[in-house]
Design a protein. Structure first.
Length: 65
């Protein structure tokens, strides 16, 4: 069981959660990248809100150069 906990911890290491406001003009996809604060992040998962004026949550991991 401790091995499972250890591997879960490393999966999310170096990730950030981005909150995107509703009514964006472009559709987000997993093949996009996020450029923030001079760093590039690969999108891991996108969770869309369930309501018309809800937020989209993007979890992304920093790309190591």
């Amino acid at each position: 069981m401790s091995d499972v906990k250890a591997s879960i911890g490393t999966v999310l290491e170096g990730t950030l959660t981005f909150i995107i406001r509703y009514q964006q003009s472009a559709e987000l996809t997993n093949d996009m990248k996020v450029l923030w604060s001079g760093k590039t992040f690969e999108i891991i998962t996108i969770t869309k809100g369930e309501f018309a004026k809800d937020f989209t949550t993007v979890i992304a991991k920093e790309v190591q150069k």
